[in-house]
Design a protein around this ligand. Structure first.
Ligand SMILES: Cc1cn([C@H]2C[C@H](O)[C@@H](COP(=O)(O)OP(=O)(O)OP(=O)(O)O)O2)c(=O)[nH]c1=O
Length: 221
């Protein structure tokens, strides 16, 4: 199922968000985009080895999610993204359970860390694709056991990379410098607008049949 025609999208094609993330839908909607939602299958987000760096990982998963959906679309521009936190070279994705979330937050407590989001745009009509990665640096204040327990009890760690939601307004989290809040929440809206605007210049044709991430444009990270 494709979305409504959208003037902001290359070729005036419908925009399809290949993501089940409510945050990504909210961000796109708030920015005035018209789109439909078609999440990628679970297989798109697994199987990369642990030695892959955080920016490489989010680029590859964004690419795979977009590939999964673009194969099922006739005339559309598919948008996919992937977000992780990273601290001292360790990649922190979505926690498996409460204990995993607690371990992530103890690691991040009092530390600077990064959030990376990979974004992939893929036009089904001619196979042109572009991938980019945005980094935002964050500082987490030391969190007390009581704050940690409150956060874990709230369930707001679920489904969120690094076990926190910047959008939840926790006073123990702040962006360092001029980073992008939307990037932390899952979709860097400023960069997305640039990628859409400059799509024809930035993108390269990628063969849908060979899964070849290396042929996608990733010169910007
Ligand atoms: C760091 C951070 C992440 N997140 C969310 C954004 C993403 O939804 C999620 C990271 O998981 P992702 O695998 O990037 O996305 P997803 O599984 O939610 O959705 P899909 O794969 O279908 O696109 O963490 C926040 O909401 N707030 C935050 O502060």
């Amino acid at each position: 199922m494709n979305g409504l025609p959208n003037a902001d999208v290359p070729g005036g094609l419908p925009l399809v968000l290949a993501s089940g993330s409510p945050r990504r839908s909210q961000l796109l909607k708030a920015a005035g985009y018209k789109f439909s939602v078609q999440p990628a299958g679970d297989d798109a987000e697994c199987g990369l080895c642990s030695s892959v760096t955080a920016p490489e990982l989010v680029a590859r998963y964004a690419f795979r999610k977009a590939l999964d959906v673009v194969r099922k679309c006739d005339d559309a521009v598919v948008l996919a993204a992937d977000t992780v936190a990273s601290c001292d070279g360790l990649v922190l994705g979505k926690p498996d359970d409460r204990d995993h979330a607690a371990a992530m937050l103890r690691r991040l407590s009092g530390r600077r860390h990064d959030v990376f989001t990979g974004v992939c745009l893929w036009r089904s009509t001619d196979g042109r694709c572009v991938v980019d990665v945005v980094r935002t640096e964050l500082q987490m204040k030391p969190i007390s056991d009581a704050t940690l327990t409150d956060h874990l009890d709230s369930g707001r760690w679920e489904g969120k990379a690094g076990a926190f939601g910047f959008q939840d307004g926790n006073d123990w989290l702040e962006i360092v410098g001029t980073g992008s809040e939307s990037n932390v929440v899952g979709l860097p809206m400023e960069r997305l607008a640039e990628m859409l605007r400059d799509f024809d210049r930035l993108s390269t044709v990628v063969d849908l049949s060979d899964d070849s991430f290396d042929s996608a444009d990733r010169s910007q990270y």
